[in-house]
Design a protein around this ligand. Structure first.
Ligand SMILES: CC(C)(COP(=O)(O)OP(=O)(O)OC[C@H]1O[C@@H](n2cnc3c(N)ncnc32)[C@H](O)[C@@H]1OP(=O)(O)O)[C@@H](O)C(=O)NCCC(=O)NCCS
Length: 176
């Protein structure tokens, strides 16, 4: 799956992306609410090498690049359901220098268009720490509904944290 928007290109990660992806994902502000905080560029290179074409039930990652200059500014993870028709999950990260420009919204709108309008996805969801205000605002701006709030359900970075689930159905996307 490759997506192009007015300002962005979402495509496969390449070994050359390792340093830029490490700089983004190892940044404490980016890693704070996420399970993966790479410890080295080498670890990111192994992660990139392990990427395959999308396989149901497994996460795959796409680079988020600026179309102008092709710099990697973040990544989008997608997990296709193991059972057809089940929910598609996603997660997104942007390097702090590129936040606040609407890039995340633009990337996810392209994902939703492709998933719902072209690929026939039925449902999409994302799970977020409720303290992650930027992500909660992003999911709300996309028109997603909060469906669940699990109290202290995940062990992350040495503490039990809450997990909030936002979702959208194809018909809700099409109605909006
Ligand atoms: C979650 C995350 C991707 C959101 O990034 P973001 O930059 O806030 O989101 P967007 O790119 O959509 O930017 C939206 C903001 O840009 C502003 N903006 C500026 N120019 C814009 C444009 N041309 N179009 C749309 N919005 C624009 C919007 O007004 C909005 O700000 P506001 O809501 O305060 O008004 C980012 O905070 C992040 O990477 N966090 C760390 C990783 C993480 O926790 N990920 C979540 C795991 S699921």
């Amino acid at each position: 799956m490759e997506l192009t928007t007015d300002r962005l290109q979402l495509d496969r990660l390449h070994p050359d992306d390792a340093a830029a992806l490490y700089a983004c994902r190892a940044d404490p502000a980016v890693a704070r609410f996420q399970g993966w905080r790479p410890g080295s560029v080498g670890e990111v290179r192994v992660f990139i090498d392990a990427q395959t074409e999308p396989v149901p039930g497994l996460w795959f990652q796409r680079a988020i690049r600026l179309r102008e200059g092709h710099a990697l500014i973040g990544d989008l993870g997608v997990c296709l359901p193991a059972t057809p028709g089940d929910s598609v999950e996603f997660g997104i990260s942007l390097a702090p220098a590129h936040q606040g420009n609407g890039y995340a919204r633009e990337a996810l709108q392209a994902l939703f268009r492709q998933g719902f309008d072209v690929l026939g996805w039925r449902r999409i969801h994302a799970s977020v720490d409720p303290r992650n205000n930027a992500c909660v605002a992003l999911l709300q701006a996309l028109g997603m509904r909060q469906e669940a709030h699990f109290r202290e359900s995940l062990w992350l970075h040495d503490e039990w944290v809450d997990d909030v689930v936002f979702a959208m159905l194809a018909r809700e996307w099409q109605a909006a």
